[in-house]
Ligand binder design. Structure first.
Ligand code: ZN
Length: 90
């Protein structure tokens, strides 16, 4: 199945799997003595370590690209947050 959102243009170069990738991304957490709290947007780029969930092939995220990079990839990286300006407010 071809991805049209966060993983658009990405698939495993070995087995072609595209449904789920493990991407080591970067974010900034609020940390107190009690542990981690809110965090900012999750960011990744073509050099982020990435693993295929199907065959465990491991490489840079750029190795998973098979067409023009998705310009929305960075913006859509915060898919888990409804409002990036006020994450996890209660
Ligand atoms: Zn694979």
């Amino acid at each position: 199945m071809e991805n049209t959102n966060c993983l658009q243009g990405l698939r495993c170069p070995r087995c072609g799997h595209a449904d789920r990738l493990y991407i080591t991304a970067t974010t900034t957490f609020e940390v107190t003595d009690d542990g981690t709290g809110d965090h900012d947007d999750v960011l990744w780029d073509s050099t982020s370590p990435t693993q295929c969930s199907e065959c465990d092939w491991f490489g840079d995220l750029g190795d998973f690209e098979f067409e023009e990079p998705c310009e929305a990839m960075q913006a859509e990286a915060s898919w888990h947050e409804d409002d990036p300006d006020s994450p996890f407010e209660e």
